[in-house]
Write a protein that binds this ligand. Structure first.
Ligand code: SIN
Ligand code: FE2
Length: 213
């Protein structure tokens, strides 16, 4: 059954075939070798998230107890710049994002079999004209997407390895989250779990020139 999704939200099932998933996984492994997964913590409380994170791109999304949610050009543990976004990810963005705006950040989330991510909005960016593009690798998950208010009704989707989800348009700020992982549903990774990549534009794409019309 095809589910009706809110406007601006698109689900592209198995957008990447198995060979492309393997190629992307190799690129992710190279990034993680340079920029290791770290344990993100919630602002203020310092509560550790169950997801492990790293990034590629000129900016990466990070969070910790002291400084909270933000983008920064360096890895919070190694202090080194994030690795470049692989060409393959730029190609996927150009093909699916529906915009000329270039992405700057790619957050890489690793979920083990018990990890999840609570309902939240991606709103730490300064540019909302570009969508958030999500790519899944490894085990299936139960993804939930709602509306612009936390209390809006939500739709649940089972995402598989190779799926792309576009969160954009009037629902660029839709609440979304991952309720559960289905361990052992994919043979792509060496172990159980799921990798999710989310690409975003962070800085304003068109800087207005004061005084010009
Ligand atoms: C996220 O919202 O950052 C991740 C979404 C997902 O894992 O599918
Ligand atoms: Fe998100």
């Amino acid at each position: 059954m095809t589910q009706t999704l809110p406007p601006g939200i698109r689900h592209l099932p198995i957008y990447l075939d198995r060979a492309s998933q393997e190629r992307l996984l190799e690129a992710v492994r190279a990034i993680v070798a340079e920029a290791p997964l770290y344990i993100p913590a919630m602002p203020k409380t310092g509560k550790e998230m169950s997801v492990r994170m790293t990034n590629c791109g000129s900016l990466g999304w990070v969070t910790d107890k002291e400084r909270g949610y933000r983008y920064q050009p360096t890895h919070p543990v190694t202090g080194r710049p994030w690795p470049d976004i692989p060409d393959m990810l730029f190609e996927i963005w150009r093909d699916t994002a529906g915009t000329d705006i270039e992405p700057e950040a790619c957050l890489i989330n690793y979920y083990d079999s018990s990890a999840k991510m609570g309902l939240h909005q991606d709103r730490d960016e300064q540019e909302f004209a570009a969508p958030v593009l999500s790519i899944s690798l490894g085990d299936d998950c139960l993804f939930r997407v709602g509306g612009l208010k936390r209390s809006d009704p939500t739709t649940s989707l089972r995402l598989q390895s190779g799926d792309v989800v576009v969160i954009g348009g009037e629902n660029r700020l839709a609440f979304h989250g991952v309720d559960r992982i289905y361990p052992g549903t994919s043979m792509l990774l060496k172990r159980e779990g799921r990798i999710n990549l989310t690409m975003r534009r962070v800085t304003p794409a068109n800087k207005a020139i004061p005084g010009k019309v």
